[in-house]
Design a protein around this ligand. Structure first.
Ligand code: MRU
Length: 348
């Protein structure tokens, strides 16, 4: 990766530096984030995005929020931690990694509740840095395992962006492609542009170009014809939340892609870290789906593209049923034909 997605600079008085993904691909702009509210905004408008990166951003938002807490007893500090975590959690509802990271930090605070408050704050920063470090290692492991599913000479279709920009580095679905390329396999990637916010066009093509992987950009509605033409040997995407039965929430359009892949007998793969599983949910029907502002659809290409007053439905994610998924690649191994049983076995 030529850029660092998100990092903490300095000690507890430091700040977050993240690449502002809304400016890509035309500009590489770094943003310094010094308050919890600024981080909330960065998450909300997708300056930082992608499930694992949202986990990191959430943890760092909590650190930014509580480092200035004036609480001098554990009970008061715990309230500040709880309230700040609840606030950060209102930024985006679907990617469970955000809530996973917040709850991990809350547990660390509890575990250190006998220490002076400044030490608990340090422990929270340390834990956030550990989450970043782990995510780097997990992403590389997913890449290593995931590349086994990518045959030499394959045409691979992906949707949205599940690359280094969506994680601490390297990615999940794109990690499998980076690793395949590094192993010397020849691959050609078809990147769905990913309406309405164009993560595929803006971010995935950019990352693949930097890595020297041949990539062809298509509009989302071209995926079926590209498959019908026999150009796609497999589809691989990331995930925002995977229920206990394997139903998978990912960027809007993923479900349609999985249906089209099944119709063409093309295997459909998901790549995601264990932190993206939400075993408290029986099925995908329980996954909260974010709905975003109308303007993301009624305005595009620098101008209004629908009449004033047009009614809009803008869900940011959809759920792909487990039976359309051939395998889920995690850092613990590849779960083939995901089901409640195979997922429990792999994650326990
Ligand atoms: O709205 P976004 O850009 O945050 O959506 C991102 C996705 O849907 C990704 O595919 C998912 O988070 C996996 S990222 C490794």
């Amino acid at each position: 990766m030529p850029v660092s997605t998100i990092e903490w600079i300095g000690d507890l008085d430091g700040y977050v530096r993240l690449i502002d993904q809304t400016a890509l691909p035309t500009e590489v702009v770094y943003k310094e984030v010094r308050t919890c509210e600024e981080m909330w905004e960065a998450i909300r408008v997708l300056r930082v995005r992608g499930a694992p990166a949202l986990g990191i951003a959430g943890a760092l938002a909590l650190v930014l929020g509580v480092r200035s807490s004036t609480a001098d007893t554990w009970d008061e500090f715990r309230k500040d931690v709880e309230n700040t975590a609840a606030y950060v959690g209102t930024s985006r509802p679907t990617a469970v990694n955000l809530f996973w990271a917040l709850s991990r930090l809350k547990t660390v605070a509890e575990e250190h509740n006998n220490l002076p408050i400044p030490d608990i704050k340090e422990a929270l920063l340390d834990e956030s840095l550990r989450i970043i470090d782990e995510d780097r290692r997990v992403s590389h492991r997913i890449g290593e395992l995931g590349q086994e599913l990518i045959p030499d000479g394959a045409g691979v279709l992906t949707h949205c962006n599940a690359g280094g920009l969506a994680t601490a580095e390297y990615g999940t679905a794109l990690a499998a492609l980076f690793a395949a390329h590094e192993k010397g396999k020849t691959i050609r990637v078809f990147a769905d542009e990913t309406r309405p916010l164009l993560q595929g066009a803006r971010l995935t093509t950019w990352e693949l170009q930097q890595a020297g992987i041949p990539v062809t950009l298509i509009c989302d509605n071209m995926a079926a014809v590209v498959m019908a033409q026999g150009k796609v040997d497999c589809v691989i995407v990331g995930a925002d939340r995977i229920a206990a039965n394997g139903d998978t929430a990912n960027k809007i359009g993923t479900y349609g892609l999985a249906v089209v892949a099944q119709a063409h007998d093309v295997p459909f793969y998901v790549a995601a870290p264990v932190s993206t599983f939400d075993l408290t949910l029986e099925s995908g029907a329980e996954i909260p789906i974010e709905e975003r502002p109308d303007e993301e659809i009624t305005e595009g290409m620098g101008r209004r593209i629908a009449p004033e007053g047009t009614e809009v439905y803008n869900p940011a994610f959809d759920v792909t049923p487990a039976d359309l998924i051939a395998a889920i690649v995690t850092e613990r191994g590849i779960i083939r034909n995901p089901s409640k049983e195979s997922i429990l076995l792999a994650l326990s």
